[in-house]
Design a protein around this ligand. Structure first.
Ligand code: ZN
Length: 199
């Protein structure tokens, strides 16, 4: 027997697919949405569609942006000889908020995770090497998180870059182990960047 109308069941079903949302939370959210004023519900739906339709990967650094090339890669003020490798766009934003980094980024959009079958070809490592071959780069700063996956990814990238003679550095530990970069305060992030060490 179907307890909810099809529309409500569909909405709950969609919400259940979101990370961290179990069936109870999905029901709570669905009823919250159904009780919203209609224009607010419309605007929520519209921003999901807008974001999904218009946000894409920057052709150079693979951050999420609404342009072909993101404003950081386009800026003449940024030092293209310094590339900071981060896990995702949220990490890039965390460093941008600190406001002291003048280089550019490379966004992996994930980390290697053998347990989940995510290998080097599933994140943007190949694209990083293509950049290093095309552009004159002096330093690659590896700023993946200090989780097991982040460290393994950092080691993998370091091994690949080292023979090319490009300087590879790793942000200082001091960033709490297992802490997502985006959750760390700006002072800690700046310290991690300034205390980076050559690998
Ligand atoms: Zn970019």
């Amino acid at each position: 027997m179907q307890y909810y109308s099809k529309q409500i069941s569909d909405l709950i079903g969609e919400l259940t697919t979101l990370p961290g949302v179990g069936s109870k939370s999905a029901q709570r959210l669905a009823f919250y949405i159904l009780n919203m004023p209609r224009d607010r519900a419309n605007s929520l739906a519209k921003s999901i569609i807008d974001a999904r339709e218009n946000v894409k990967f920057c052709k150079e650094c693979f951050t999420l942006t609404d342009r072909d090339v993101c404003p950081i890669c386009q800026s003449a003020k940024r030092n293209k000889r310094q590339i900071m490798v981060v896990e995702d766009t949220r990490d890039l934003v965390a460093y941008e908020k600190v406001g002291k980094y003048e280089g550019v980024y490379h966004v992996l959009n994930g980390t290697m995770n053998p347990m989940q079958g995510i290998g080097p070809n599933d994140i943007r490592i190949k694209e990083l090497f293509e950049r290093l071959q095309k552009e004159e780069v002096e330093e690659v700063i590896i700023a993946t998180n200090s989780t097991t996956e982040g460290e393994a990814t950092a080691m993998y990238i370091t091994k690949l870059i080292k023979p090319s003679g490009i300087k590879v550095t790793r942000i200082a530990s001091g960033v709490p182990v297992g802490g997502d970069l985006e959750c760390i305060d700006e002072v800690t992030l700046l310290r991690a960047l300034e205390g980076r060490q050559e690998l």
